[in-house]
Design a protein around this ligand. Sequence first.
Ligand SMILES: Cc1cc2nc3c(=O)[nH]c(=O)nc-3n(C[C@H](O)[C@H](O)[C@H](O)COP(=O)(O)OP(=O)(O)OC[C@H]3O[C@@H](n4cnc5c(N)ncnc54)[C@H](O)[C@@H]3O)c2cc1C
Length: 464
Amino acid sequence: MAPSERLEITMKTEELAANLRGDLLTPDSAEYDTTRAVYNAMIDKKPSAIAMCVDAADIQTCVNFARDHNLPLAIRSGGHNAGGLGSVDGGLVIDMSKMRGIRVDPKAKTVRIQPGCRWGDVDHAAHPYGLAVPAGMISTTGCGGLTLGGGVGYLTRKFGLTIDNLLEADVVLADGSMVVAGPDENADLFWALRGGGGNFGVVTSFLFRGNPVHRIFGGPTLWELDRTKEIMKWYREFILQAPEELSGFFAFLTVPPGPPFPEHLHLHKMCGVVWCYSGNLEKAEELFAPIRELEPDLYGVQEMPFPMLNSAFDALYPPGHQWYWRADFFTEISDASIAEHVKWGAALPTTLSTMHLYPIDGAAHRVGAEDTAWSYREANWAGVIVGVDPDPANAGKLRDWAVGYHDAVHPHSSGGAYINFMMEEGQERIQASYRGNYDRLAEIKAKYDPNNFFKVNQNIRPKS
Ligand SMILES: Cc1cc2nc3c(=O)[nH]c(=O)nc-3n(C[C@H](O)[C@H](O)[C@H](O)COP(=O)(O)OP(=O)(O)OC[C@H]3O[C@@H](n4cnc5c(N)ncnc54)[C@H](O)[C@@H]3O)c2cc1C
């Protein structure tokens, strides 16, 4: 960078810093490198500045500043995005990690959260009231990105996607104004926020419905890989007929080499299902009887508080690993696709690499394909293939496996993918994931962000 350019940026950021309550980090700040790092260490972006926003006014200030100075802007909640869309080279990052307040209203059964919350924060606050908001499998994931992309998790079959539980949002728009989006106010914006990602503004507050979930019966059941074909064929029938209180995602994984896993299974590649039953616990044993009959090599299912299951994989997947992602929706798990799963599941390239099929039927199917931006309401599974490893030297191996596996199963998929399981894969792939809803999203984008100011995301281009 030329010295004159650097001087200009320094002057600009001093002006911004003076108008913020939160700190503004620049490449000279001691915390710059640790703060700019996102969850996926394969991504290494270097923003010009990171604003550690503490309130909605800070966020408005950043939006106005970036727009007026023509700076690229990234919005970061938990920083988990696969493609590193929570950061941007040479631009400004709105970091909301200091904004993690939550208010549970036990009477109205609602949960209002600030945009920097992680799902572990929400579980922690809502659990004492016997409430839960449907979200993901890892409690360190940010609520902002996960919600706006859709939100798939253990409670989807019973209570729907995370967006199906969103009641209202406060949003800072591209022009710096603040609006409320809900069913009766800016309803078009509310429609677009539910699945359209960070394309329409910065959400500074989310209001969710809290659902009655407290203690659950859950955990993994695992089988040796030579039973993959049999288990997948059984699973595809069983889960779609199971009561909606029961969810279970199919997985290939490598058993971690330590407790609580039995020593004889350590480092075994296995297939299995991770279960969550949130119904009447007295019925749990009966419900799990057919699963026991399949004689899993590991039966790790037990009663526990819901937040315990939701954070069970956190330690296995700390920030800072290399991650390479590919994804698809599936309406069926065909025999032909099972043949590919058998082959690619056996070839997991590292001990942390995995493939998951998350069931998204039940309550998620009762919302129409055009009722929110999430178009694939008929799909039964959101599939994700992730190559994961701490060692950057293995990045190529992770990518080759994920891409090869995806190429093999994609022809058996529904066509598009859950945008939150995608890296930056281009416009065609984004449009395939919104299908018929893309046009309406582009129209709403043109109304709220006509210059495509919010473009560090799975971008929806404003309709011209
Ligand atoms: C280990 C791991 C496990 C996961 N498990 C699940 C799962 O079980 N279920 C599931 O559905 N997804 C899951 N995901 C995917 C996850 O939903 C996405 O990675 C999501 O983008 C993460 O959200 P974030 O806020 O942490 O991301 P960030 O990187 O902080 O943000 C990503 C993007 O979201 C947008 N954004 C974030 N906050 C706001 C806001 N307040 N206003 C406007 N735009 C905003 C921006 O466009 C931003 O670029 C998982 C991801 C990881 C890494």
